[in-house]
Design a protein around this ligand. Structure first.
Ligand SMILES: Cc1cc2nc3c(=O)[nH]c(=O)nc-3n(C[C@H](O)[C@H](O)[C@H](O)COP(=O)(O)OP(=O)(O)OC[C@H]3O[C@@H](n4cnc5c(N)ncnc54)[C@H](O)[C@@H]3O)c2cc1C
Length: 518
């Protein structure tokens, strides 16, 4: 069996794990990062897209609010290219307790969240689709963050410093030598081959799965309550600002504009299984009704797809029940030497996407302390690869690029403006034969047609690369279509239903994908 040796083994390639790997690499450590699937395929790739200002937690969870605003300010600099500065609004609709607005303003002041009350007229002028019955409005520095760009930028930065990034490598056993963890055995999900990773320190950054990995190390009682939430992407930017209802956090009270869509979310249901991606129709209907409260006519817009994510909510001593909204959104760092007498092993879980950098910094500070090394954190000042200019992402960038190369560039995905050269570059760079992995990197097939027009073109191009067999290309196509179907069936009404019928004719009627040799 092949054995890799490293200083830091990071288990979990979501935002937190990639953040730990990037932090460790910047401190000069040798790193190996493993994930059982593609990077950011867990909760990070299934989140709402909001770079929190902290406003959402200003009343209910002040510690989380303070962390969010601090990280918001840092990430705008170091992950500039991954962030769109949309700004945020908290508005009091007729469905909200009017008294909450004053508590909100005070909460923001107490937690240092920048917050300015503006007139209703100003709010409606900036967001004309907002409910005209709103009675108060506050501006906060919310934004959106492209998680795939962020996570892959950290992964590439780690690789540039000698780190090894191993997606599709699931940990199947955590190695213990007496009172210490010495690494893990991982299995390549694509070949079935196993390899041992020997490490000075192992960091468990598996979010909602953290309890499972801790158990593999023989540690009981790391309880992470999985809180499942659904989100729905609508096919337009119905708003251009992140719009929140000014009330205690509840279901369906935020609309986040991100890239070409707006996303409403979310619910929060306890589940026992972090891989539970159940979508039930009642939740979808309730979410669309909630959208109406913020943007009247919301239901008439075209819903593109629904997806779920599972929050890693670390259960602290205070949380006695399973109401996941009441468990703190702050994170938990467990030094298992102190907690369980098991050295060289740390768990970092909970928190939010917005706070991944801070979580990584605290983790690597604790690792350095245990190793007796002084290596300061650099992630608050060192820009991610691609963010060196400090310029935030601007909607319309892709269109401007397209217009500049109108004649000579073949367009593969019209909805998300993905030209052939970008697709070919991504196929070569990732060596991936999985169209769904490529989708996450390029947003291929994520627009209104949900792959209807682009994905057979992309399959042909994929097939032309590196002698891939027709069967492999067909399999990638059918897997992609099945993944997309999971998200579209719960919102089949109106124009999207018509679109799906058309896609169905293309794939079943013309291409007969069901009978392709796979
Ligand atoms: C519905 C919803 C909406 C949200 N919206 C927001 C938001 O708008 N803004 C915000 O800041 N936060 C939001 N969050 C919270 C945020 O998404 C999470 O806190 C964050 O993504 C967690 O990242 P992570 O890296 O810790 O976990 P994950 O992204 O889940 O990463 C854990 C990784 O571990 C891997 N793994 C598991 N088992 C193994 C194994 N055996 N071997 C190897 N790898 C393994 C998984 O594949 C996964 O990739 C939301 C969460 C949910 C559920």
């Amino acid at each position: 069996m092949v054995t890799l040796s490293t200083e830091i083994l990071v288990i979990g390639g979501g935002a937190t794990g990639a953040g730990v790997a990037w932090d460790a690499a910047l401190r000069g450590f040798d790193v190996v990062l493993v994930d059982r699937r593609d990077l950011a395929e867990g909760t990070s790739g299934r989140f709402h897209g909001l770079l929190h200002s902290g406003g959402r937690y200003a009343v209910k969870d002040p510690r989380a609010a303070v962390e969010c605003i601090g990280e918001n300010r840092i990430l705008r600099r170091v992950a500039a290219d991954c962030i769109e500065d949309t700004g945020g609004l908290f508005v009091t609709t007729p469905f909200d307790d009017p008294a909450y607005a004053d508590r909100f303003a005070k909460g923001c002041a107490d937690t240092d969240v920048d917050c300015e009350e503006i007139s209703v007229a100003e709010a409606l002028a900036s967001e004309p689709r907002l409910n005209p019955e709103i009675s108060r409005a506050f501006r906060v520095p919310d934004g959106n963050i492209d998680v795939w760009k962020t996570v892959w930028a950290m992964a590439h930065g780690t690789q540039q410093r000698g780190g090894r990034i191993l997606p599709y490598h699931a940990v199947v056993a955590v190695h213990r030598e007496g009172d210490e963890v010495s690494g893990a055995r991982v299995r390549d999900a694509r070949t079935g081959e196993e390899l041992d990773v020997r490490a000075r320190v192992t960091v468990n950054a598996t979010g909602a799965w953290a309890g499972q990995i801790a158990e593999q190390a023989g540690i009981e009682g790391v309880r992470v309550l999985p809180g499942r939430g659904i989100m729905i992407a609508m096919n337009h930017r119905l708003v251009n600002t992140c719009v929140n209802r000014c009330q205690m956090p509840t279901d369906g009270d935020i609309i986040v504009p991100i890239r070409t869509v707006s996303v409403i979310g979310t619910t929060d249901q306890h589940t026992d299984d972090p891989d539970d991606h159940t979508v039930n129709q009642a939740e979808v209907d309730a979410m669309l009704d909630d959208g109406e409260k913020l943007v009247p006519g919301f239901r008439k817009a075209r819903a593109l797809r629904v997806w779920t994510g599972v929050r890693p909510l670390f259960e602290d001593a205070k949380a006695g029940d399973t109401d996941t909204r009441d468990v703190t959104r702050a994170h938990a760092l467990l030094d298992h030497a102190e907690r369980d007498g098991v050295g060289r092993f740390f768990t970092i879980t909970g928190g939010k996407l917005t706070t991944f950098r801070l979580m990584a910094e605290e983790t690597m500070d604790a690792v350095c302390q245990q190793l007796g090394e002084t290596r300061p954190c650099r992630t608050a000042t060192e820009p991610l690869p691609g963010s060196e200019s400090g310029e935030n992402y601007v909607l319309g960038e892709r269109l401007a690029r397209k217009e500049a190369s109108l004649i000579d560039e073949q367009m593969i995905c019209e909805c998300e403006l993905v030209p052939r050269s970008r697709l070919e570059e991504a196929i070569t760079r990732t060596s991936s034969t999985n169209l769904d992995d490529i989708r996450r990197q390029l947003r291929l097939g994520m627009g209104p047609c949900q792959g209807g027009f682009c994905i057979y073109r992309a399959t042909g191009i994929l097939h032309g690369h590196d002698g891939m067999s027709a069967e492999q290309a067909d399999r990638s196509l059918t897997e992609f279509l099945q993944e997309r179907w999971k998200g579209v069936w719960p919102v089949l009404y109106g124009d999207q239903l018509r679109q799906v019928r058309l896609d169905d004719w293309i794939f079943q009627g013309v291409l007969d994908v069901e009978h392709l040799p796979t």
